[in-house]
Design a protein around this ligand. Sequence first.
Ligand code: NDP
Length: 335
Amino acid sequence: MNTPYRANPERYSTIPYRRSGGSGLKLPAVSLGLWHNFGGVDRFETGREVVRTAFDHGITHFDLANNYGPPPGSAEETFGALLRADLRPYRDELIISSKAGYTMWPGPYGDWGSRKYLIASLDQSLKRMGLDYVDIFYHHRPDPETPLEETMAALAHIVSSGRALYVGLSNYPAGLLRRAATLLRELGTPCVIDQPRYSLLDRHIEPEILPALADEGIGCIAFSPLAQGILTDRYLNGHIPEDSRAARGGFLKPEQITPERLDAVRRLNDIAQARGLTLARMALAWVLRHNAMTSVLIGASRPSQVLDAVAATQAAPFEAEVLAEIDRIVAPLQP
Ligand code: NDP
């Protein structure tokens, strides 16, 4: 791939852009995460094709974190290399996010939610990616020990110092999210987005978190909307393909692909086929059925998976009886 990259001139013609809560920021209905497949252990040219395919189809938002790899930090280095190779001329068309909150370096300052950790970590992330600023910076998980006031003041400082344009929260329970949103508003740096896990196999955000986001005017970007691949045709026949995430031995364990889940996934696949969709497309369209859902944050090990997700944004709306049937199938599987 030595020819200089020129982005597809038609890139803004397919995918819709949705406003993140009450903010001025619009995100593509599909965003690409670099948690897997972009580490130092992965093939650079494959990641490059995936990112080019995404941007060529209007996916302007790329999600990172300090610890993505492996090894930790290497996904940001890969993204820095992709910027230098291909995307640098398009910087003002990109929304790049990073996060801190999980273990990153040894000692008391490389984890959780202190001002010391968040600011030092973001400075490291900026260096790895070769950026002056990120578009969104998240606190990756709540810290039970650091005062919430300190963490939120650190996020506000990160914005006022020019290191990030917007702030977000991830993995916060509803009550804490509401308190954090109030603090950030008082500091003049409103929270623009929440990043929780959400899919057909994990609806935990529906009773409390989604109403809190609506009340606070915060957008929502759902991570692992395909349950790391379980909600695709990857494992449908009960076999674990060698090149799949479950086979590679990481966060998705073969034992998570239980007979009960497989049975439900096959029934969901029948519904998808009757609608002329792949299961992945239907699973993503189902997450996007909420008007308040800003974006689905997918992972992809190959360009075709990105195209599948882009196609999901064109799926026809669900009829009430189909939604009810899906509810019945997934209800017994909820965490
Ligand atoms: P998904 O649920 O989208 O799973 C992605 C995986 O599913 C792919 O790597 C691929 O696996 C498989 N897949 C995707 N599309 C298809 C398709 N069309 N057909 C068949 N298989 C498909 O999301 P992730 O779990 O990867 O999470 C997405 C992003 O969310 C992360 O990159 C990260 O940015 C963010 N995240 C945030 C967290 C947080 O705490 N804030 C936690 C986790 C993720 P395979 O390798 O088998 O091909």
